[in-house]
Design a protein around this ligand. Sequence first.
Ligand SMILES: Nc1nc2c(c(=O)[nH]1)N[C@H]1C(S)=C(S)[C@@H](COP(=O)(O)O)O[C@H]1N2
Ligand SMILES: [Mo]
Length: 166
Amino acid sequence: MKNLLFICYFFFSIHSLYPQSRSESIAITGNVEIPLNLTIKDLQQMNVVSGTDFKVVNTSGEIRKEFKTYKGVLLNELLDKAKIVLQSPKEKGKIYFVATATDGYTAIFSYHEIFNNPAGDKVLVLFEENGKTIDKDGVFVLIAGTDKITGARHVKWLKSIEVKKL
Ligand SMILES: Nc1nc2c(c(=O)[nH]1)N[C@H]1C(S)=C(S)[C@@H](COP(=O)(O)O)O[C@H]1N2
Ligand SMILES: [Mo]
């Protein structure tokens, strides 16, 4: 009985440390020529962008979290690597990207927001916060740096980016 209690306690503790399942890779899927499944190692070999002082702000304006430094790769670079399928340039207006986490949390970006607006140069898939791998919030976290309420499209436990067309 004691052993059973101990085992239950052990699994409960692990569960509260990692309430969501962690995805060790990000799948880039959908309307792409080359579907990808990228690990931290893959991202480290791409153009790594570093930044400082990111604040995760919620709808009430409260700072939920702050990281001093971060490292990641631009979403537009990941999408270029996967090569978005376009029959004609006019289709760009119909293309959008769905970032999904292991708990089902979702954020959406449009093609023009990412490739035709300064906002796109601040959308990153992070693999490092404060000089360390991410840990508590999963392996990858997506951020949208020019958002006002940065919490809304701060996607923890990121597992996939889907390229879709209306
Ligand atoms: N995967 C995932 N990411 C998420 C959420 C979530 O429930 N699941 N909550 C969001 C919300 S509502 C906010 S305000 C920010 C900061 O929330 P936190 O303090 O729980 O990290 O993360 C966002 N990212
Ligand atoms: Mo939030």
